[in-house]
Design a protein around this ligand. Structure first.
Ligand code: 6PG
Length: 242
């Protein structure tokens, strides 16, 4: 990680969700056809549910926001492991026009074929972005116990990929031990803002290692031409007294 990270600390997980919702709203209000790249895992669920709550549902311009996914497990939409299934259940099915939801069809074939198909979706969407605009207005990310982001695990070919936007990942370092489909660092970096979400004291140690500059995927992820922000709750903040 080069340079001091931009860290924002909220009192608790609810505060992280509220602050993330506000940052998402601010970002999508800046452009006529906004693009948000969602993260998987468990941390963002509270944010996604908040977006579907009456107050936030009324504030978000759903007709002009498009939703994408940073990585997916190679399972069906109905599988409890599905990141897209979680996001659909939490808010997308209730709030977003179906034509604006562009998730990864993980069960439609081998991971690398799925990845190539999703890259076409992203490339096509980018043709509609104003010239010079990054692909995404906001990229949400979590951080795994081994410092992975999306499904880019340490010392992996997927992490080292510099030209493809989306790749198949045959082996996951951490649970769930299923193949994945993941956006690559250059694709995730094509963003106005990259926003990491981390809550709970279980994140404290890996964040300490990332912020100390250890060579970990999360330390290499940043918005190429925008803001990279770490939004933590106090329990996850490695700088706070244990
Ligand atoms: C995934 C995620 C992954 C996640 C981290 C953190 O598919 O698992 O995209 O990158 O963000 O593993 O997961 P938690 O939020 O559950 O801690």
């Amino acid at each position: 990680m080069t340079g001091a990270p931009h860290i924002i600390v909220a009192p608790d997980a609810a505060g992280v969700a509220a602050a993330a919702a506000q940052r998402l709203l601010d970002r999508v209000m800046e452009t006529p056809a906004a693009a948000v790249c969602l993260t998987g895992g468990s941390t963002p669920k509270q944010l996604y549910q908040l977006l579907a709550s009456p107050t936030w549902r009324a504030r978000i311009p759903w007709q002009r926001v498009h939703w994408f996914l940073g990585d997916e497990r190679a399972v069906g939409d109905e599988d409890p492991l599905s990141n897209g299934g979680m996001a659909r259940a939490a808010f997308l099915d209730a709030c977003a026009p179906p034509a604006n939801v562009h998730l990864i069809e993980a069960a439609s074939g081998p991971p690398d074929d799925v990845a190539r198909a999703y890259q076409i979706v992203l490339e096509e969407f980018k043709t509609h972005r104003r010239s010079g605009m990054p692909l995404f207005d906001l990229v949400l990310l979590g951080v795994g116990p081994d410092g992975h982001v999306a499904s880019l695990f340490p010392n992996s070919a997927a992490l080292a990929e510099k030209s493809r936007w989306v790749v198949g990942v045959d082996h996951a370092n951490v649970a769930p031990f299923v193949p994945r489909i993941s956006l690559t660092l250059p694709c995730l970096a094509d963003a106005c803002e990259m926003l990491f979400l981390a809550t709970g004291n279980g994140k404290r140690d890996i964040l300490r290692r990332v912020f100390a500059g250890e060579d970990l995927p999360a330390g290499h992820a940043r918005a190429a031409g925008g803001d990279t922000v770490w939004l933590l709750d106090q329990a996850a903040d490695p700088r706070a007294a244990p």
